[in-house]
Design a protein. Structure first.
Length: 154
């Protein structure tokens, strides 16, 4: 999978800062953000031209659903790894999970954005664009820490 440098640079806001587009007419949120050339809401269409604003999504959310990928991963990915639908309040997005025990993942688990984390480099000789992506890791609550400590003592 290759991408042009121009496309890569256009997508930096979404990749590094969780930027999205929000329609000021109907309130619809788009992630990744709508492209500047189109710049309109899918619901409001022409009425929204010039009325889209860039917002930052929250860096914390909850897992709505997840899956663990054990094979058939892209060449730069080590298996197994997890991806999840993460509810960030205004928008639910797809994100890769990191720094977690795959057996402890559950729906409703609180996560936070970390990164950007390095995914790999473009090209067979690894001399192309270095690819980064925002990832999410679980947030340990005080109760979870207490349970883990109790298990360690037993």
């Amino acid at each position: 999978m290759s991408s042009s440098p121009a496309r890569y640079w256009r997508e930096l806001g979404a990749r590094y800062r969780l930027e999205a587009s929000k329609c000021t007419i109907c309130g619809a949120v788009y992630y990744p953000p709508v492209t500047p050339c189109l710049g309109m809401c899918q619901a409001c269409r022409r009425k929204s031209i010039g009325k889209m604003k860039t917002i930052r999504l929250p860096r914390r959310g909850k897992i709505v659903s997840y899956t663990i990928v054990r094979d058939m991963a892209p060449p730069d990915f080590k298996t197994p790894y997890a991806i999840a639908l993460i509810d960030l309040g205004e928008k639910t997005i797809l994100g890769r999970l990191t720094d977690c025990n795959l057996d402890e993942l559950h729906i409703g688990m609180e996560v936070e954005a970390v990164g950007p984390r390095r995914l790999g480099e473009q090209g067979k000789d690894k001399s192309g664009i270095i690819k980064y992506s925002m990832m999410f890791r679980p947030i340990s609550t005080e109760k979870e820490v207490e349970v883990k400590l109790k298990k360690l003592k037993d």
